[in-house]
Write a protein that binds this ligand. Structure first.
Ligand code: NFS
Ligand code: SF4
Length: 648
């Protein structure tokens, strides 16, 4: 453990800073300190030229001028090694979302069959999906329709040929043609994942261009059978998000309450915990507490925030610090972004760490199985564990950083359209498109993805956002980046102070037409699977304008990316023709071919994603420079569309 922790270098979040000091006093290490211990990072790993794909290796390309190994034992070059490694990383980003979607579809199926204790709260979404899937709905009960929709989704995991139903459902026709010509249309998510692993395996595919195209195909699997499928079916089960108001920061953990943190991604777990916390609230009062308080971390936070207004304690990098408040009775984890380090921290307190998914177990945690049928049993069991832990809380060890920040969320596309229809009932998207056309809104950028202990937490996410806002770019947000913005007041009308005058006026006009002082400068659109909502928004705007998504003055940015999921989601957006900025580089710089293909402008290299799809990868660690690069690209796209452009 490093003796001198400079906590202000680790995070912008003062509550997290306070807890890092407490952790040090108590001799507990966290990800922030461990990240320092890993420095300097191995260059072979950072640049992607280390291969561990067979037992002749590990091999590393050490070629430097005339010295060192140019090829691995099997003869693999740096281009081949980097492309295979990137493909396998993207598979590890895509697979958790595909499995997430599959869990949701099975829950819907069993709910429709009356076997699982969930309701179908999103009737409108269900009917619209069924119609778009070409199903007959007349004369059918809701459950029967849900059953048919779930079976269609299941086909995307079963069929041996054809095209993913969810791709056909959600993609823009123009873009599908581009993908079809390149033979990128996925048939079945599991089959495509198996194909990709097969290609990356030792002695299989060695053509780096073909490997890159496979990476783009994985992006489509991610986009449609991961993100879109998850969001659509979650909206059917739990309802489509609507505008909600909430609170951010560690101060949402309340000393007088039994506190449960939900962490991970799967709303079937977190929704049930929340439901049971309400049902058993009086039992907490019998223990002398004020009640049961559920708070969120990471994307479980986003799911409960978007639909239930539940408050958010913190985001990825500081997940362990929530336990260091000493006031969490239980932390419930399901899947994805769960640090194994949580167990060591929980062991220093009365906090019980509980894993829930049958195939995701955590060392040092207790386990309560979630299955769709047993969901109520799980919810009750977990809340009862929290009640039982409450009397064991050591009051001396409790220190909750004070202060919370107000934020708005719940900006589904449906909600955005409804807000806009207060300005134009017949053609709700028109006011937004007019504002874009006239330059009152320069463009739209999605700030998405993670926090990463390599970067000062929340700093890059908020700096990129503020620089964009200053330049009249409308920001939409998701994932842990949205939490960074929320903690720092950018999800509230207060954040208007950071906006250029033109953007601020638009946000005031839409807000006031809906009885609010203004819309916040960043619209929180949900969890990482809800990046599908951002895609839906882009498709709706492009359709209304009669252009392809690749032509729109829009971009994506993940300034503090850590997860392979951020890369696979980014790949999906590049395939759509959207530029994607990352603030922490992907391991590609060891291969000139892979790096150029992903980052060069069209015409600058023989094969580029910019040429094939209209979008490219932008790596820039400096947030202000990153924002300016995105703005330049947005202005180029505006110019191509013949829209008003700011003076150079
Ligand atoms: Ni997204 Fe959500 Fe957060 Fe990054 Fe992890 S929780 S799925 S991967 S760290 S945003
Ligand atoms: Fe080395 Fe080739 Fe084996 Fe990779 S696949 S470890 S480069 S021999």
């Amino acid at each position: 453990m490093p003796s001198q922790l400079v906590v202000t270098d680790f995070t912008l979040d003062t509550g997290v800073q306070e807890l890092l000091v407490k952790a040090e006093e108590e001799g507990i290490t966290t990800a922030f300190a461990r990240a320092k211990e890993q420095e300097p990072h191995c260059k072979f790993g950072l640049t992607g030229v280390c291969c561990r794909r067979c037992l002749q290796g590990p091999c590393r390309i050490t070629f430097n001028g005339n010295k060192g190994a140019r090829r691995g034992v099997c003869g693999a070059t740096a281009d081949q090694i980097v492309a295979r490694n990137l493909l396998s990383l993207i598979v590890e980003g895509t697979t958790p979302h595909v499995e997430h979607a599959r869990e949701v579809l099975h829950t819907l199926l069993e709910t429709a069959e009356g076997k699982a204790p969930y309701e179908i709260k999103g009737q409108e979404k269900l009917l619209s999906l069924a119609k778009k899937l070409g199903l007959t709905v007349d004369g059918l009960e809701l459950n029967q329709i849900a059953h048919e929709v779930a079976l269609k989704a299941l086909q995307d995991f079963r069929q041996q040929s054809g095209v993913s139903h969810w791709l056909r459902l959600r993609a823009q026709g123009k873009t599908v043609e581009t993908w079809e010509k390149l033979n990128l249309l996925p048939a079945n998510a599991h089959l495509e994942i198996a194909n990709a692993i097969n290609k990356a395996a030792m002695g299989c595919e060695s053509d780096p261009v073909s490997l890159l195209l496979e990476i783009m195909k994985m992006g489509l699997v991610e986009g449609y059978d991961g993100l879109h499928l998850s969001t659509d079916l979650q909206d059917v089960l739990f309802g489509t998000p609507r505008l909600v108001k909430t609170q951010y920061r560690m101060g949402v953990i309340k000393e007088d309450y039994v506190n449960i943190a939900v962490h991970g991604h799967i709303p079937m777990v977190s929704e049930k915990v929340l439901e049971w916390s309400r049902r058993l609230n009086d039992e907490a009062k019998a223990l002398g507490a004020e009640g049961i308080n559920v708070v969120g971390i990471c994307c479980s936070a986003n799911e409960l925030l978007m639909r239930q207004g539940v408050s958010v304690a913190t985001n990825y990098a500081s997940q362990e610090l929530a336990i260091i408040t000493g006031a969490l009775e239980v932390m419930v984890a399901d899947a994805q972004c769960i640090m194994p380090g949580l167990a060591q921290v929980a062991a220093c307190y009365h906090t019980e760490l509980v894993s829930t998914l049958p195939n995701i177990k955590l060392e040092g945690a207790s386990h309560v199985d979630w299955t769709p049928e047993e969901a109520d049993k799980m919810g009750e069991d977990i809340v009862r564990r929290a009640l039982a832990r409450y009397p064991e809380r050591d009051r001396v060890k409790v220190r909750i950083p004070s202060g919370t920040v107000e934020a708005y969320a719940g900006f589904s596309v449906e909600q955005i359209v409804e807000l806009l229809s207060a300005l134009n009932k017949e053609d709700p998207l028109l006011p937004l498109l007019d504002a874009i056309a006239q330059g009152d809104i320069l463009g739209v950028v999605a700030i998405v993805g993670c926090t990463n202990p390599k970067v000062k937490q929340d700093w890059a996410n908020t700096e990129v956002a503020k620089e964009l806002m200053r330049n009249n770019v409308l920001v939409v947000a998701s994932g842990c980046s949205a939490h960074s913005l929320g903690k720092n007041g950018l999800l509230s009308p207060e954040g208007l102070q950071y906006c250029g005058e033109k953007l601020a006026n638009v946000l005031r006009a839409v807000g006031q037409a809906n009885g609010l002082p203004a819309l916040p400068p960043a619209l929180h659109m949900g969890s990482c699977v809800d990046n599908s909502r951002i895609d839906d928004l882009l498709v709706a705007l492009a359709d209304r304008l009669g252009v392809a998504v690749r032509d729109l003055p829009v971009a994506g940015s993940s300034p503090e990316n850590h997860s392979p999921k951020a890369l696979s989601i980014g790949t999906f957006f590049i395939a759509q023709g959207v530029d994607v900025h990352i603030g922490v580089n992907a391991p590609i710089t060891g291969s000139p071919l892979v790096e150029q293909a992903l980052t060069a402008n069209k015409g600058e290299f023989p094969v580029t994603t910019d040429e094939l799809f209209g979008g490219k990868l932008i790596y820039e660690a400096d947030p202000i420079r990153a924002a300016r690069t995105l703005i330049d690209r947005i202005i180029q796209k505006r110019r191509a569309l013949g829209l008003v452009c700011p003076e150079a």
